[in-house]
Design a protein around this ligand. Structure first.
Ligand SMILES: O=c1[nH]cc([C@@H]2O[C@H](COP(=O)(O)OP(=O)(O)OP(=O)(O)O)[C@@H](O)[C@H]2O)c(=O)[nH]1
Length: 639
């Protein structure tokens, strides 16, 4: 007994010392700072205490009630919840606790299976539902973590995914487990660290992430936050207790000028064989390391990846212009029209009336970008992308490609001024000022209007089916597609919903040209009405469709339009908004954020921003659909 006690008494101390030594470079960065864990989870407390972190616990009051449908992925939901938990504490502390923390850490753990997000069960039945769903299957556990740097007003967030497979579990076993009481405060209804471990066949990934806190990644992030690459202190990277690196600094190599055996930037090996920075070597060698790190960044895998990303970005505009030019010169149409679908470069040059040398270069560039395929010596054939690139055909993007070439490209050449002034550069790009972009620019001249309409038509054709089938509209009889341009979206809705008649409502100058785009098998349930949705009375309908409309307008204008729709709606009627939905943290998709750069008064919004705008006019969000096509969709029902 004595011996046992002796070990119990000394072992933790030994572990503690080693822990402190190993974690010191990362955890010691927090010494003297007020670190707050915004979590009531005893597991998180234990995990962080075990590595020697000193912190206060202030459980968050944030209710985990974010609308899961608004998130494209479960990890975005977990990260956003973690962020909200941490922010709530960061905001509350200066008032309630009369002190401002330096750092607040929030976390949220969820389990995902069969496309569902499982949190903590609300009762035993709920736990049974969760566990029986997990039985015999692999599921993912995501923990989102947010680190708030209160003084810098910065949020660093990340997530970790671990895959866990459950054995086949009998009902008896499940109930026995549920009656133990363990599932109730745990995501997915089990605690892998305790009895729940018996349910598990395998774990792929970070075990502690399942328990509630991805310690390894957290330490890496701390390393990055407090020792950014190239800074004078970042060389203190060591290994975590598990032996994995906790900093991004590549393994130390002796500097070229160092004599063999001389101390590296990490200092001499300590008694455990670990490199601990010594007070005398750390500072000097940091310079060497900082320099070495910068110079050699392109030699690491991570550095190479970043470099190739940079090159891709620098060349991005050339690639776009190759696509625009090949499309404008009808290269893809020419290839399609050849009997075999294959042509020699000289034949293409002749057909498109261009120089041999220039055509060859263009074709080679198209091959390198995956737009065309080379099948033999100098022979090019149509590639899979071709149906998007032809000037006609059901999925032609040509209209949109030419819109990008003729309208968006010139605007982007003035991006610097647009950024400086915060305005659209239409006047600079086209020599004409415009108060109303649609009236003054897009619809001013016949060919410009046609080009613009072709662009809208392309987008509606390519994304229309996914938008039209996003929700069950079978109980509705009539729809009105506001600003529906060529009617392509309206026809898609009519096709997808046999009981629906669709009115396409747009400006008279648009309606007069919509006949050009009428499909040969046009459905007579689609009708066209001319009017201005800001000024004129809206046609009566059960469903109002706003596809690619709201992003063009400020919140103020959106409110004007939505209040008109709300007036026209009876309870139960709905509004379907289809747009690119920004991620809730506005970190993407870049397609939406890049488009915003040439906007005038409009703005890109997230699904929850659209949801809020509609809510203020009495519409409750019923469903959100991320289509993975050009446009997403949200359906909101009038109360
Ligand atoms: O195997 C295990 N899986 C999960 C857990 C614990 O489950 C909860 C997850 O809930 P949440 O992230 O919402 O955190 P809370 O406990 O509610 O605390 P907050 O105050 O941070 O919201 C978490 O406690 C995990 O530790 C487990 O123990 N084992």
């Amino acid at each position: 007994v004595t011996t046992w006690h002796y070990h119990r008494a000394t072992e933790p101390a030994t572990v503690h010392t080693v822990t402190m030594v190993l974690m010191n470079p990362v955890i010691s960065k927090l010494t003297g700072k007020l670190v707050v864990l915004a979590s009531a989870s005893p597991r998180r407390l234990e995990i962080l205490t075990n590595v020697g972190l000193r912190f206060e616990v202030v459980p968050s009051w944030f209710k985990e009630t974010l609308d899961k449908r608004l998130f494209k992925t479960p990890h975005e939901y977990a990260v956003e919840t973690a962020k909200q938990k941490a922010l709530e504490v960061a905001k509350r502390m200066p008032f309630k606790h009369l002190k401002t923390p330096d750092i607040v850490i929030g976390a949220d753990t969820v389990v995902t299976v069969d496309g569902l997000i499982l949190e903590k069960p609300v009762d035993k039945q709920d736990a049974y539902r969760m566990l029986s769903r997990l039985s015999g299957k692999e599921h993912s556990v995501f923990t989102g973590v947010a680190i708030i740097l209160c003084h810098e007003k910065e949020v660093i967030d990340f997530y970790e995914e671990t895959k866990v497979k459950f054995a086949d579990l009998s009902d008896d076993l499940l109930w026995e487990y549920i009656n133990s009481g363990e599932p109730m405060d745990k995501a997915g209804g089990y605690g892998i660290q305790a009895l729940g471990g018996m349910l598990v066949e395998y774990v792929h990934g970070d075990f502690l992430n399942v328990v509630g806190f991805p310690l390894n990644q957290f330490c890496k992030k701390l390393g990055l936050i407090f020792s950014p690459p190239g800074s004078l202190t970042h060389n203190s990277a060591q290994t975590s207790p598990q032996g994995s690196p906790v900093d991004t600094v590549p393994p130390a190599e002796p500097a070229a000028s160092s004599p063999p055996g001389s101390p590296t930037h990490n200092g001499p090996p300590d008694s455990q064989g670990q490199n601990i920075p010594s007070a005398s070597t750390a500072h000097v060698s940091t310079h060497v390391n900082a320099l070495k790190y910068n110079v050699r960044e392109n030699e690491t895998e991570d550095g190479k990846e970043k470099l190739s990303k940079m090159i891709e970005l620098m060349d991005g505009f050339k690639a776009s212009k190759v696509l625009f030019t090949a499309s404008k010169l009808h290269v893809f149409d020419v290839l399609r029209s050849s009997k075999t679908g294959e042509l020699q470069a000289e034949d293409v040059a002749q057909e498109i009336k261009a120089s041999m040398k220039g055509t060859e270069r263009l074709l080679e560039a198209c091959v390198s970008l995956g737009l065309l395929q080379r099948t033999g010596k100098g022979i090019l054939s149509q590639f899979l992308t071709l149906h998007f690139l032809l000037s006609d055909g059901p999925l032609s993007l040509q209209g949109y490609i030419q819109h990008c070439n003729e309208l968006v490209w010139p605007l982007f050449t003035h991006l610097e001024t647009a950024v400086r002034e915060g305005t659209n550069q239409h006047e600079k790009a086209f020599g004409k000022s415009s108060d109303n972009l649609f009236q003054d620019a897009y619809y001013s001249r016949h060919e410009v209007k046609l080009r613009f309409m072709k662009a809208m038509h392309s987008i509606a054709k390519v994304s229309g089916r996914d938008v039209a089938t996003a929700f069950d509209l079978s109980k509705y009889k009539t729809a009105c597609d506001l600003g529906g341009c060529t009617g392509a979206m309206a026809y898609e809705f009519a096709k997808a919903h046999p009981g629906l008649s669709v009115t396409m409502f747009d400006l008279p100058e648009v309606i007069e040209m919509s006949g050009h785009f009428r499909p040969h098998d046009a459905d007579d349930r689609v009708s066209f009405v001319a009017g201005d949705f800001f000024k004129d009375e809206l046609p009566k309908a059960d469903v109002y469709i706003l596809a690619r409309i709201l992003h063009d307008w400020s919140d103020e204008k959106v409110h004007i339009l939505l209040s008109k729709i709300a007036k026209a709606c009876n309870p139960g009627c709905c509004v379907l908004v289809s747009e690119i939905f920004l991620d809730e943290d506005r970190k993407g998709p870049s397609r939406g954020l890049l488009q915003a750069l040439s906007m005038t008064e409009g703005r890109q919004r997230s699904a929850s921003e659209y949801s809020l705008l509609l809510k203020s006019h009495g519409f409750t969000t019923a469903q959100v659909k991320h289509t993975h096509n050009l446009l997403d969709a949200i359906l909101c029902v009038a109360e």
